[in-house]
Design a protein around this ligand. Sequence first.
Ligand SMILES: Nc1ncnc2c1ncn2[C@@H]1O[C@H](COP(=O)(O)OP(=O)(O)OP(=O)(O)O)[C@@H](O)[C@H]1O
Ligand SMILES: [Mg+2]
Length: 273
Amino acid sequence: MAKTKVIAIANQKGGVGKSTSVYCIGAGLAMNGKKVLLLDVDPQGDLTKMLGQRKPHEMPLTLANVMNDIVAGVESGGHPEILHHAEGFDFVPANRSLSAVEVGLVNVMSRETVLQQYVDSVKRDYDYVLLDCRPSLGMLVINALSASDYVLIPVQADYLAAEDMTELIGTVQSIKRQINPKLKIGGVFLTMVNETNFRRDIVTSVKENFGKHLPVMNTVIPATVRLAEISTADKSIFLHDPKGRAADAYRNLVQEVMDIGEKQRIKSADLSR
Ligand SMILES: Nc1ncnc2c1ncn2[C@@H]1O[C@H](COP(=O)(O)OP(=O)(O)OP(=O)(O)O)[C@@H](O)[C@H]1O
Ligand SMILES: [Mg+2]
């Protein structure tokens, strides 16, 4: 692959639509012909469950095993932990054994970059690697951000001004300074926008408030039961309700994700002529 983009979807606030967005963006990128790998970096295993593995805690081979192998210096060949999904992308599952890995990282050298080492070992086969983060700013999230080129931040409109955002941005900035200079905020996008918090000018006002400091994506994801349903439907929104407004919104978001970094790429291509 010419240049793999590694993207973490993070927000330490719980239940904002991170896992749902990883699934829908991943499926949408695959529909656009991209080679995609999704990593479940959350011991809850919610993404793993959404992808049809209903009992992640019984799975013998997950992200925890490969991270442990890296810590132990064991070379793993063949990558049997990578599973294929019917919608055309690959994924690595997670379960609660990842919690023990997170706790154990405290005593490990290069503890922030264990996941980066794993991502580097598999990313050459993919156009996009998406990382589903757990709702915290702990060591697993630090590992995910250290492994990424971009972070996408889903937020609920009502919580935009919350201190959580400041804390998350601060973490991104310090990881950029100390561990991963290429890390950028790919964009903030609004999720679960319903009739009560929807205003026609919501993106404009978010851009006015945050746009100076943060790239705000144009797509707004609506609050709809059709999206809540996909966690048990074994289908992304593109198969579950392809004509609905949630599928339209995620289609637009996927396009925006594919546009991330393109301006810089065109600029540097121009310079190299
Ligand atoms: N746009 C939406 N409209 C309605 N329900 C949604 C939407 N997006 C996600 N949901 C539902 O909201 C709940 C939380 O979504 P999800 O699990 O994607 O969030 P999360 O940020 O990954 O949560 P956690 O922080 O626990 O990992 C789930 O039940 C999901 O089905
Ligand atoms: Mg989640």
